[in-house]
Design a binder for this molecule. Structure first.
Ligand SMILES: Nc1ncnc2c1ncn2[C@@H]1O[C@H](COP(=O)(O)OP(=O)(O)O)[C@@H](O)[C@H]1O
Ligand SMILES: [Mg+2]
Length: 349
């Protein structure tokens, strides 16, 4: 389906899809008045950054927070998708809770009862009535993290709910009306997933009414130092360490590094360094980032492969918060092989 861009939002990286465009254009008009570059008044305290991309992001959030329509947040892992979803909820002024569901983190056989809830006796083990994620988000925001991992049969069930605005608990025929804002996030290309048959096109267009593209950390290098200081400050206090900052060489390497795990990786590396470091300045070695993305002296192909292998494993471990199952899944190797490689490269784990 062709995307239609609403002029004011093109430069801000937001697009509005045609399925709902007419109604939305009308909704938006009321909110399109230019927003002065006002101080945040604490609204974005947890969204650190001064780059143009972050300022644009804040503008977008302010504008769409008040429009009750689904939002799809796309971007690499660790770019802050959940943080943005929470900001949208905070600014929307809804009275209900923010409920997050990690679509990849629930066993497929349990998803339906987790999503829709169940009645007592609906199945073996259903000892009492339980609300599902959708019902728990009544009058609030329901955030589907990693929506691309939702199994196809549950995609159909979710679509039905989005179309009808009501649900039935498992084991019940009563319809329950639900009023909740839907936000979904993905780090996979859903349009590609549609082509390979793993994601429903109709669900995609329902969710992708408004799309926010998260910038990677390498696209906002001017924020790296600000974010690094922010996390260092946080962890120095948490672990009661006296660390003054980063060595100049370390700052340089942080800007050179390409941060595949984005802000989450930066945060985790600084946390680990703050725990382990006994000096007043953090160095490149403390952070464990490569000294240079360029190989400085001639290397055999084998040693270049070894370096690349080590970097890929290390950064994926950071991106996955050192979860072995997830890391091996991303790397496409078995858990046993991952343990072997961690040992081989003497990775600090
Ligand atoms: N702009 C930011 N300022 C401060 N912390 C951030 C920012 N963006 C992300 N984070 C932090 O980085 C971590 C990863 O963010 P998250 O929203 O979970 O990413 P994603 O959902 O895209 O994987 C979280 O701990 C989050 O609080
Ligand atoms: Mg996430």
């Amino acid at each position: 389906m062709k995307s239609i861009y609403i002029n004011d939002f093109v430069s801000n990286g937001i697009n509005v899809n045609s399925a709902h465009v007419y109604k939305l254009k009308q909704d938006f008009r009321e909110h399109l008045a230019p927003i002065p570059d006002s101080p945040d008044n604490g609204l974005f305290d947890d969204l650190v950054g001064q780059s143009k991309l972050v300022k644009e992001l804040k503008q977008i959030i302010r504008k769409i927070a008040v429009v009750n329509s689904p939002v799809l947040i796309v971007g690499e892992t660790g770019t802050g998708k959940e943080l943005i979803a929470r900001s949208l909820h905070k600014l929307s002024g809804t009275s209900g809770p923010f409920v997050a569901m990690n679509c990849g983190g629930i066993a497929p056989s349990l998803i339906q009862s987790e999503l829709f809830g169940y009645e007592k006796g609906a199945f073996t083990g259903a000892l009492c009535r339980k609300k599902g994620f959708i019902e728990a988000a009544q009058n609030g925001t329901l955030f589907f993290d990693e929506i691309g991992e939702l199994p196809l049969d549950q995609q159909s069930n979710l679509l039905r709910f989005l179309q009808e605005g009501s649900i039935q608990r498992v084991g019940s025929v009563d319809n329950i009306r639900i009023n909740t804002r839907i936000i979904a996030a993905t780090n996979v290309d859903l349009e590609k997933a549609i082509k390979t048959g793993t994601f429903r096109a109709d669900l995609f267009y329902r969710l992708n009414v408004l799309e926010i593209k998260m910038p990677t950390l390498r696209e906002r290098t001017e924020d790296i130092q600000i974010l690094a200081n922010h996390f260092l400050n946080r962890y120095s206090i948490e672990f009661n360490k006296k660390i003054d900052g980063f060595s100049l060489e370390c700052l340089h390497h942080m800007k050179e590094y390409n941060w595949p795990g984005n802000i989450r990786e930066l945060m985790n590396r600084i946390k680990r360094a703050a725990i382990l470091c006994d000096t007043s300045l953090l160095t490149t070695d403390n952070l464990g980032i490569p000294h240079s993305t360029m190989v400085s002296k001639p290397h055999s192909l084998k040693s270049a492969r070894d370096i690349a292998e080590k970097q890929a494993i290390e950064s994926t471990l950071y991106q996955c918060d050192k979860n072995i199952t997830q890391t091996s899944k991303y790397l496409g190797i078995s858990r046993a092989m991952l343990y072997r490689l961690i040992k081989k490269h003497e990775l600090n784990f």
